[in-house]
Design a binder for this molecule. Structure first.
Ligand SMILES: Nc1nc2c(ncn2[C@@H]2O[C@H](COP(=O)(O)OP(=O)(O)OP(=O)(O)O)[C@@H](O)[C@H]2O)c(=O)[nH]1
Ligand SMILES: [Mg+2]
Length: 406
């Protein structure tokens, strides 16, 4: 996981609703249509991570600056990328080929969107609802990703591995260098090589199957993923959601179109709805047109009542909190008032990778704070925290330094 900006990618075969998911999450208008390869260039946008704001628990009235607080729910901006659809053979250039792969190289986690209704074939063409098994889509996307990475390693494996053996070089460094564009570190490679019991001193003896296992092990480690079982508003989806769950993956039923409708209606003041809520209510039901009431009633009956929400916000939250063990931390300058130096209470919420320390937070707030770091204070109980203290979700922390900013 990258240290500074965390990136989540929305991936999948064509025509499953990736751009609809992206639009719903970012409220950014991007091309969406009922045919494959609508998206060619990747779309990058701002989605929001949802967490309970500490304001209510601490009994303070907050004044957010880098995020918003809606009735005690803090929404923090995070980056999301929507990429072109991926088809079988992409690793060799089929469809839009490597472009997809290039766009997700930097992603720290993946949301794999599938058409849970089973109404699009492996290439995204329309087929009768329920006739396609979406488990195949997930397998295909992961296989193509692995084949692409395998290609990066295998093309000169014989030569490179023998040269490394002769010079007593380190094969793991070679692999990490080759894959550095994929946010793969030396520690990641070492972990997977060890786990797969590969003889590090004899890389020329590694078989193609062992190389492929190394690649997929690295994908699981460096690109953790969940499945967004999209189009769950359609009747053929329920059975496929169960099938997908039985395949042992983390599966979230999603209704991206419904989420887009709800967010737009909320934006226009028609309904009260915070992304991720299990229900919504009309602000003034009498002012809605028949068509608006019908559309909202349909979302309520087919999605909210059945699945307890549209799943879009949940998928984003789980990508961060579960796959990446991210934490949201609230830095303050005055720990007694929970504010910055101008009196803004709980102004900022930072998304940080799991395992981040008080010193990492100082670094994120300002480089100088890290250089002159003395200690931190947990604003909830006034306790001193060391530089190595691992931060927890929703921690409110003051950094004390010897510099001007301390
Ligand atoms: N019923 C239903 N249809 C959806 C949902 N989400 C998307 N769709 C439809 O699926 C079709 C494809 O949507 P896109 O968002 O363009 O799909 P994509 O995966 O980005 O497609 P490409 O860019 O071509 O790979 C459109 O007709 C959408 O209206 C959903 O939640 N329910
Ligand atoms: Mg698209």
């Amino acid at each position: 996981m990258a240290a500074t900006c965390v990136l989540v990618g929305v991936v999948g075969k064509p025509n499953v609703g990736k751009s609809t998911f992206f639009s719903a999450a970012t409220l950014k208008d991007v091309p969406r249509a009922d045919y494959p390869f609508t998206t060619i260039q990747a779309n990058v946008g701002v989605a929001y991570l949802r967490t309970k704001c500490p304001c209510a628990e601490l009994g303070v009235t907050d004044k957010p600056r880098n995020s918003v607080c809606v009735n005690g729910t803090r929404l923090i901006p995070v980056k999301l990328v929507d990429v072109a659809g991926l088809v079988e053979g992409a690793a060799e250039g089929k469809g839009l080929g490597n472009q997809f792969l290039d766009d997700v190289r930097q992603a720290d986690a993946l949301i794999e969107v599938v058409d849970a209704s089973g109404s699009t074939d492996l290439e995204g063409r329309k087929v009768p609802a329920g006739s396609h098994d979406p488990r195949k889509d997930v397998e295909m996307v992961e296989r193509e990703f692995d084949l692409w990475v395998y290609g990066l390693l295998a093309r000169d494996w014989d030569r490179a591995s023998k040269a490394i053996e002769q010079t007593r070089g380190r094969i793991m460094e070679h692999v990490a260098n080759r894959l550095s564009g994929l946010s793969v570190t030396l520690a990641d490679v070492e972990q997977v090589v060890l786990h797969n019991h590969l003889p590090a001193e004899r890389p020329s003896s590694w078989s193609s199957a062992q190389l492929m296992d190394l690649v997929s092990g690295m994908r699981k480690l460096t690109k953790p993923s969940l499945v967004a079982a999209n189009k769950c508003d359609l009747p053929t989806s329920a059975a496929n959601v169960e099938r997908l769950k039985q395949s042992g993956r983390r599966v979230i039923p999603c209704a991206s179109e419904a989420e887009l409708l709800l967010r737009r209606a909320a934006e226009r003041g028609m309904i009260r709805y915070v992304p991720g809520d299990a229900s919504f209510e009309a602000v003034e039901p009498a002012t809605l047109s028949q068509a608006q009431s019908d559309a909202l009633a349909m979302v309520d009956a087919r999605v909210m009542k059945v699945y307890g929400g549209t799943g879009v916000q949940q998928a984003i939250d789980e990508a961060y909190f579960t796959l990446l063990s991210a934490v949201v931390v609230f830095p303050v300058e005055d720990e007694t008032k929970m504010s910055d130096k101008d009196g803004n209470v709980l102004p900022d919420a930072y998304v940080m990778k799991g395992g981040s320390t008080a010193l990492d937070l100082a670094r994120k707030v300002h480089g100088e704070l890290a250089e002159t770091f003395l200690y931190a204070i947990d604003a909830r109980n006034g306790k001193r925290l060391s530089a190595e203290h691992v931060l927890g979700n929703r921690d409110v922390v003051k950094i004390v330094s010897s510099g001007k900013r301390g």
